[in-house]
Design a protein around this ligand. Structure first.
Ligand SMILES: [Zn+2]
Length: 336
């Protein structure tokens, strides 16, 4: 997304040398007009587009463009060509970082009517960054902060205030250590996503008064292969259609323990997929399973009934998205 005053987002951050070792350079950036067109297209179909600006982590591309925003500027930083957790966290003690995000939020306000902005907040290794940053160390001493989580709490609070000044509020990926450090404010919507942690997260978020969206890794990650043998980048678990369908957003708990759960999310991280065709191919039919989990009480759910419905939709989906099964070099997705 272009941000006035920050041309290196386009000239540097929007380009990478290759993707997962394929040797093919890749680049791309929306224009403001394209984003507005997308928002309007979705709105006509009853879809609200919520942008995500992940911070303080997942910022290697920003570090390549503007290394001075980071604790330990490295002018040799390159845009990542793979996925995963990086050590590029914006530095909360640099005024230019705040100036940058103010400009980003102004652009968001202009393009996205949604009152929500997802601020990410996942996979941010503070101990290897802010913990050691000379500016942060000095600041924490001056303010009498006992640890780096207090600095993070202030960071998230300031970001939320900047959004509030623009009539927006944040959503965040739930991280247990952050919750334990009291970083989320009552009323913040969070997402459960980490494998195995959804049951405990449902309990903790209920106690803390945090609205919760279920994006459990075991069921909801649609970039994972859905048939054994499909490319899994060496680590992704196979998530079959049946496994996606088996999502019970309340995890068998009574309504009084789960009335803070406000929805489900099917998550698609497209950078792991080489083409648009692959993206559609992995999204469907599993997106239908997650959707049904979102709208149907468990006592009317039936795997056999769902399979029958999905088979009926098969021709429509294949035609609609123009699946090119030859080009994906993967088997036809399991529509039955
Ligand atoms: Zn720093």
């Amino acid at each position: 997304m272009p941000v006035p005053g920050y041309p290196r987002l386009k000239s540097v951050a929007s380009k990478r040398a290759e993707s997962f070792g394929n040797g093919i350079p890749h680049e791309g950036m929306y224009t403001r007009e394209e984003l507005k067109e997308l928002v309007a297209y979705c709105a006509e179909r009853g879809i609200e587009v919520i942008p995500e600006i992940d911070m303080p982590g997942h910022n290697q591309a920003l570090a390549a463009a503007y290394p001075e925003f980071f604790c330990f500027p490295d002018h040799n930083t390159k845009v990542s060509t793979t996925g995963g957790v990086g050590l590029y966290l914006v530095c909360p003690q640099k005024p230019e970082v705040w100036k940058f995000y103010a400009a980003v939020f102004d652009v968001l306000k202009d393009i996205f009517p949604s009152k929500i902005v997802h601020l990410g907040g996942d996979e941010a290794p503070l101990e290897k960054t802010w913990q050691k940053c000379p500016l942060s160390v000095k600041y924490r001493q001056k303010k009498g902060m006992k640890d780096v989580h207090e600095e993070l709490k202030e960071f998230e609070g300031k970001m939320a205030s900047m959004l509030a000044a623009r009539g927006r509020r944040p959503q965040l990926w739930y991280e247990k250590p952050w919750a334990e450090a009291g970083i989320y404010r009552k009323g913040d919507t969070v997402f459960t996503w980490r494998m195995g942690l959804t049951p405990s997260t449902i309990t903790e978020t209920k106690k803390q008064g945090l609205p919760l969206i279920i994006a459990a890794g075991e069921h909801c990650y649609l970039d994972y292969p859905q048939i054994p043998g499909q490319d899994n980048r060496g680590w992704m678990p196979t998530t079959t259609l049946e496994r996606s369908y088996k999502l019970d957003p309340a995890y068998g708990r009574p309504e009084k323990a789960t009335d803070h759960i406000i929805g489900v999310q099917a998550t698609m991280w497209a950078e792991h997929l080489p083409t648009l065709n692959h993206l559609l191919y992995r999204t469907y039919p599993r997106a239908m399973a997650i959707a049904e989990a979102g709208w149907s009480p468990m006592d009317v759910r039936s795997w056999d009934n769902f399979r029958r419905k999905v088979a009926d939709h098969r021709a429509f989906v294949l035609k609609r998205f123009n699946y090119d099964l030859e080009r994906t070099k993967e088997n036809e997705p399991p529509f039955k």
